[in-house]
Write a protein that binds this ligand. Structure first.
Ligand SMILES: [Zn+2]
Length: 82
């Protein structure tokens, strides 16, 4: 199983951790979007997409109604607590 909250995504350009900003469910995978939160990077350029196979995505399976989004996400919701 993979729990997305146990992952840290670091930007190779600015060397800071990226923030989870979006979440989309697809056929086979859940796609998490991470972005830089600083003036160094254009988030549209350094955005990272992390794909987790649906069957092993412990985090999304735990909360099937979660629509994604960090504090700067499109949905404006904080990640649910453990
Ligand atoms: Zn960056």
């Amino acid at each position: 199983m993979v729990n997305i909250r146990e992952l840290s995504v670091m930007c190779g350009n600015c060397r800071t951790y990226q923030t989870l900003s979006g979440f989309v469910r697809r056929e086979e995978v859940n796609v998490y979007t991470y972005e830089c939160e600083n003036e160094t990077c254009d988030s549209a350029v350094t955005r990272t997409l992390v794909e987790v196979h649906r069957d092993v995505d412990e985090f999304a399976n735990r909360d099937p109604n979660w629509r994604g989004g960090g504090k700067h996400g499109a949905h404006g919701d904080e990640l649910p607590e453990e």
